[in-house]
Design a protein around this ligand. Structure first.
Ligand SMILES: [Zn+2]
Length: 157
């Protein structure tokens, strides 16, 4: 039986589908290398090692990070672009990778609060907070940060 609710649900479904279909996504990849240490002062060295493994190394250790920044929106009718890829690269480079590359994430970075665990999860959130206000003509969709070949975090704001 066709009810009013069913019709409204169908309409809502198709509207959501149209909205997604019209959306274009663009991803820029960037790389940086940095040192960090994951440690909880209140815990014993054994417990820190057990929980954080290699990331609890006493004198820090490094990762080769890969950052993926995905933006979304409608392409500009004249240029056909969501955002000029050069402009997006410049934002990522100047605001994030140049500041983090070959640095100690626990000690050297002004936008990383002292004492914050420098996990992939926390870094992805911070990177979102830095990049998001710099975008005008498109929206930030995802910050993906890969710490190792097998582990990455995705943050959608
Ligand atoms: Zn680590």
């Amino acid at each position: 039986m066709i009810t009013k609710d069913l019709i409204f649900n169908k309409i809502a479904y198709f509207c959501a589908k149209i909205e997604l279909n019209n959306m274009v996504f663009l991803t820029r990849r960037a790389r940086f290398n940095a040192a960090h240490k994951l440690w909880v002062e209140e815990w014993s060295a054994e417990k820190n090692k057990e929980i954080f493994d290699k990331c609890a190394n006493e004198n820090f250790h490094g990762h080769n990070y890969t950052l993926f920044v995905t933006v979304k929106g409608d392409p500009d009718p004249v240029t056909g672009m969501l955002i000029n890829a050069k402009h997006l690269s410049k934002i990522i480079k100047e605001e994030v990778t140049e500041k983090l590359d070959h640095k100690n994430l626990n000690l050297d970075i002004d936008f990383i609060p002292k004492g914050m665990q420098t996990t992939c999860e926390n870094l992805a959130i911070l990177i979102w907070q830095i990049i998001e206000p710099k975008l005008q003509q498109c929206q930030l969709h995802c910050v993906k940060l890969q710490e190792t070949e097998n582990i990455y975090t995705e943050y959608f704001g």
